[in-house]
Design a binder for this molecule. Structure first.
Ligand code: IPE
Ligand code: IPE
Ligand code: MG
Length: 256
């Protein structure tokens, strides 16, 4: 089923940035890669066909984001709630991830992409975990864009796990309750060390967060589009950034 899989993403991806203010590029963009199943269904294909197409699109969007100057791209690939789907679909997505991580390593290295993951390892198969660990290790010295892949990720569980870690530190006498602040929580999330997303993009037409980065998007600008993820193009990324640049971020303060 994975015959002829993963053509190389074109190296000469053209991104027209004429409409963008290059001094105000979001440093961290998060994307909920949604709409794969509906995209496939619309063309009379099985849902898994959409996941394959979605994985291809990711390669192009990573390149485009890098060209634009984005420093971190966090993409939602599989949620802790997605286990509710039919086993066949879940297995397909896991196989796809393994293949993606295997086939793309050379491309990541050629393009200086550093791969990271957020999510829980609990419930993941050894095979997938091995591929993830390998990709992490093989790209760890790359200094270009960070591709942060959310796999088996749920934001509520992330917060639960952070609270557990902090409680253990308190029990060990390493921290006292009164010293717990926002930074303590942040430093114990999977995203520790990364800046908060400036822009959250959800393709696929749904207007919800679906348990993604609840803490981290406190002041992110949110952009929705009806375009399904497999149809998402560098132009759509540029559109989202243009809309972002038209917004006024006040962080609770007042306009100048
Ligand atoms: C997103 O596409 C990919 C995953 C959640 C794994 P969907 O599979 O949710 O596609 P739709 O939303 O059903 O169209
Ligand atoms: C969010 O999409 C998760 C991913 C894109 C991986 P879902 O399709 O799972 O979200 P809901 O079920 O529509 O909220
Ligand atoms: Mg969906």
């Amino acid at each position: 089923m994975f015959k002829n899989f993963f053509q190389k993403a074109p190296n000469n991806i053209v991104v027209d940035t004429t409409d963008l203010d290059m001094n105000n590029i979001p440093q961290h963009i998060a994307i909920i890669m949604d709409g794969n199943g509906r995209w496939a269904k619309a063309q009379g294909k099985v849902r898994t066909y959409g996941h394959k197409a979605g994985a291809e699109v990711l390669k192009t969007i990573v390149r485009a984001a890098d060209k634009i100057g984005v420093k971190v791209l966090t993409v939602y690939a599989f949620s802790t709630e997605n286990w509710k789907r039919p086993l066949e679909e879940v297995n397909f997505i896991m196989d796809l991830l393994c293949l993606y991580l295997t086939k793309e390593i050379d491309e990541f290295n050629a393009n200086n992409v550093q791969v990271r993951f957020i999510g829980t390892r609990q419930g993941m198969s050894e095979k997938v975990l091995e591929k993830m660990d390998y990709a992490l290790e093989a790209t760890k010295d790359n200094t270009g864009i960070i591709l942060n892949i959310a796999v088996n990720y749920g934001s509520q569980l992330e917060i639960v796990e952070a609270v557990r870690k902090i409680a253990a530190q308190a029990a060990a006498g390493e921290i006292v309750a009164a010293d717990i602040d926002e930074a303590t929580i942040e430093n114990n999330l999977y995203t520790a060390g990364l800046p908060a997303p400036d822009l959250l993009i959800r393709p696929g037409g749904d207007v919800r967060i679906s348990n993604f980065l609840l803490w981290q998007i406190a002041y992110a600008e949110i952009y929705y589009t009806k375009t399904y993820w497999p149809d998402f193009k560098p132009e759509d990324l540029v559109d989202a950034i243009r809309v972002f640049q038209g917004r006024e971020r006040r962080f609770g303060g007042l306009s100048d």
